[in-house]
Design a protein around this ligand. Structure first.
Ligand code: ADP
Length: 157
């Protein structure tokens, strides 16, 4: 059976921390679906179309990485696309506590879906989409934190 992993998140915007996790996880899976969860209560800096396009462009030469948007429970989306693995990144102890809770809840709801946690590389542990958004809002330079397609869009604005 094909090993399909879903990497869920907001990716507002995708950072080099996220791309590193995806690249490192690729040897473990046949396919990775980067899945943007739609939450109508949340306010985003980048539109869904922009966030989808950033990811598409970053991985345009890697056909085993695709991108999708979904609504509702992440495990329901996994079941719909026949993915048996959920991929998440861990930067810190609070991240671990959070991820463990979600993973254990998901284990109860969908025992067939395994969560795989990747420990972040130390050089990326300070990078978060939240910090990147703050820097963008205050007109700072995010060159060291985001992949090229994000920079290109920012420069064109
Ligand atoms: P969410 O909206 O669920 O917080 P994000 O888009 O911020 O989603 O992140 C998706 C996943 O990527 C999460 O598992 C998060 O811990 C992980 N992640 C975010 N930034 C980094 C980073 N710098 N290094 C490794 N993993 C990261």
């Amino acid at each position: 059976m094909e090993k399909i992993a879903v990497f869920p998140g907001s990716f507002d915007p995708i950072t080099i921390g996220h791309t590193d996790i995806i690249t490192r996880a690729l040897p473990l899976f046949d396919k990775i679906v980067v899945a943007i969860g739609k939450n109508s209560q949340k306010k985003y800096l980048f539109s869904l179309e922009e966030r989808l396009q950033f990811i598409q462009e970053v991985f345009e030469e890697q056909p085993r990485v695709t991108v999708a948007a979904y609504e509702g429970l992440t495990i329901t989306f996994c079941q719909q696309i026949k993915a048996n693995y959920l991929l998440r990144g861990v930067r810190s102890a609070p991240d671990f506590e959070f991820e463990r809770n979600i993973a254990q809840l998901n284990q109860t709801l969908a025992p067939d879906i395994e969560t795989v946690l990747f420990i972040c590389r130390p050089q990326y542990s300070h990078i978060s989409s939240t910090i990147v958004r703050e820097i963008i809002i205050h007109k700072g330079n995010v060159k060291s934190f985001v992949p090229k397609p994000v920079l290109t869009l920012l420069q064109s604005r």
